[in-house]
Design a protein around this ligand. Structure first.
Ligand code: CP
Length: 307
């Protein structure tokens, strides 16, 4: 149980203490070791997703079921949001029906900051615009912690489209808080030097970035968010920045490869890297269920204190 967690919502990892992050990771690890006895029985979890998802939505649904909660089937496209009802009215109405947890993915960065305090239910960010994807970073950290035990002194390269990535931001905030160093790597238009102000090292040469690193987390090119001109062509990008098994060998021996998915194979990552012995990509996906169980359960306990 997470004595260090007292929030009913998880909107991002920026500003969380090391104790809060470790508490969620500890609870996830404990759920992985022994399944809990339906601590969320009687709760209802609604999924408000206005962007596509495979891993996040499925693993949150599985997490809710393993905790004994009822997932509520809801489709933003087929709901009264499409008739102009506001997000807040939608959430208040679903809450009146019995929803105790909202898991929300939205294209607008920061959309949940003003909504979460206005509802009694827990609100969990499943990815908002370019802002944060906190449960993705938690499952990434859970996967790395299983390998390393501690983050102190480790250096993680985050390689790819950082500009458009909520995953990069959430990982950076959490890794820094837990004592790791982060190198952002990619072409200047996708990794502006201004990101150093967030506390990351910026390196535009992939070989230099990977040399001696403890892990690499590869991000896909977010073609759906990209205006013209960020890369010369996909082929040029792949030549200069694709993570291959050969490039991965520049890292420390056995340094793992992560990717949050979905992968553009042959663009930001080659199949020999994605499917090779260093890859933890499917281990990340499996850990997503436990990380999301921890978040739903920990926020629920804080909500229960406040209702
Ligand atoms: N990593 C991630 O958020 O994947 P989905 O978009 O499939 O949920």
């Amino acid at each position: 149980m997470t004595k260090d967690w007292g929030r009913k919502d998880l909107l991002g990892l920026e500003g969380l203490s090391a104790a809060e992050i470790e508490a969620l990771l500890d609870e996830a690890a404990s759920f992985k070791k022994s399944p809990p006895d339906r601590p969320l029985a009687g709760r209802t979890v609604a999924f408000l997703f206005s962007e596509a998802s495979t891993r996040t939505r499925s693993s949150f649904e599985e997490a809710a079921l393993r905790l004994g909660a009822q997932p509520l089937s809801f489709s933003a496209a087929g709901s009264s949001l499409a008739k102009g009802e506001t997000m807040l009215d939608t959430m208040l109405n679903l809450q009146a029906i019995g929803v105790t947890h909202f898991v929300v993915r939205h294209e607008r960065s920061g959309v949940l900051e003003s909504l979460a305090p206005k509802v009694a239910a827990c609100v969990v960010n499943a990815g908002d615009g370019w802002h944060e994807h906190p449960t993705q970073a938690l499952l990434d950290l859970l996967t790395l912690r299983e390998r390393w035990g501690s983050f102190q002194g480790k250096r993680v390269v985050i390689l790819g489209d950082i500009r458009h990535s909520r995953v990069a931001r959430s990982n950076l905030f959490a890794l820094k808080t837990l004592g790791a160093k982060v190198t952002f790597c990619g072409p200047t238009p996708l990794v502006p030097d201004a990101f150093t102000s967030l506390g990351a090292q910026v390196e535009h040469d992939v070989e230099r970035a990977l040399k001696g690193a403890d892990a690499v987390n590869v991000l896909r090119l977010q073609l759906e968010r990209m205006e013209q001109g960020f890369t010369a062509s996909l082929a040029d990008y792949a030549l200069a920045y694709q993570l291959t098994a050969e490039r991965a060998a520049l890292m420390k021996p056995d340094a793992p490869i992560l990717h949050p998915g979905p992968m553009n194979r042959g663009v930001e990552i080659s199949s020999d890297a994605a499917d090779g012995p260093r890859s933890l990509i499917l281990a990340q996906v499996a850990n997503g269920v436990f990380a999301r169980m921890a978040v739903l359960a920990a926020c629920d306990r804080a909500r229960s204190v406040h209702v």
